[in-house]
Design a protein around this ligand. Sequence first.
Ligand code: IPE
Ligand code: IPE
Ligand code: MG
Ligand code: MG
Ligand code: MG
Length: 323
Amino acid sequence: MKTKKILSNYFIGLDQFLHQKLPSNNLYQPIAYTFNLGGKSIRPFFLLYSYKIFGGNGKQINQVALALESLHNFSLIHDDVMDNAEKRRGKLSVQKKWNSNTAILSGDALLIICFQLLNSISFKNKKEIIKEFTDSALKICEGQQLDLEMEKKIVIDKKEYFRMIELKTAALFIFCFKMGCHLAGGDFSNQKKMEQIGLQIGLLFQIQDDYLDFFGTKKIGKKIGQDVLENKKTFLFCELLDCISKTNKKEFISKYNNKKTEPIKKIKYVEALFKRHDIKNKTLLKINDINSVIHGLINDLSISRNNKENFKKYINQLSKRNN
Ligand code: IPE
Ligand code: IPE
Ligand code: MG
Ligand code: MG
Ligand code: MG
């Protein structure tokens, strides 16, 4: 995505934060390491983009974007402990490069830094920003708890799946779109529409994440097939359950929920079933459907036609992401 221009001031702020504000000792090193691994910076981008299309032109928004990406990075550092993940953004995860204690403590420090960053802004709606930010942060934890519980559940349905990803992933996207609009002075009706857009983009984004975990390439910077090895209840898992016969279902459930099977054997077994039931295309169709819903919601916004078309282009690009 061509996001550089919109993110340029954000990156200047990030650079200052990393080089001037962040102490260089063992507590903070894993934080700098995580930021320096890059990442797509998609949440800061969407916050700044939403702010821009509703006429915002202040600089303080970049500080909110930095707090937002810090919250995201905090969630990733802890998520890799919870998911036993060895790789993140093409390099070793913090828990692997250091250890899980370091990941827990540095993650905690980063979460606290988020609030320091927010506290230093001078927006007139600071109180509201902190409320929305705090609510989203808690929702991430609620979603991550459901994600862990589902690892232990042998089956779940799509409704449970969507509730889990609405919390663990979409909550932060909702913050981006709603608050970008609100802080730029967008009215209540547009804020509500942007909230819906954030929700749908968040859902689309996590379904893609599940898809790429199995069908992606090394571009994703994570270990392919990790969700299957961790018994994660992904969109692919739910989709397969929806179309598999009763007899095969029993065997699938018992094999999927076994962490002791040799990894290659487990992946091969799941791969064959996904292939037989066309799970790859079914997931891509779902991504396409959500993309259309988002286009419809964008049409309803009170922004210029040009902005609507551009917005849709970004969503189309996002729908085809491979990392
Ligand atoms: C990964 O997020 C975690 C999810 C919520 C799916 P990203 O795919 O945005 O990760 P980075 O920041 O680009 O590495
Ligand atoms: C994580 O979902 C969502 C977060 C809140 C961090 P995943 O566990 O699927 O994210 P990845 O695949 O490790 O990036
Ligand atoms: Mg996880
Ligand atoms: Mg994970
Ligand atoms: Mg994932």
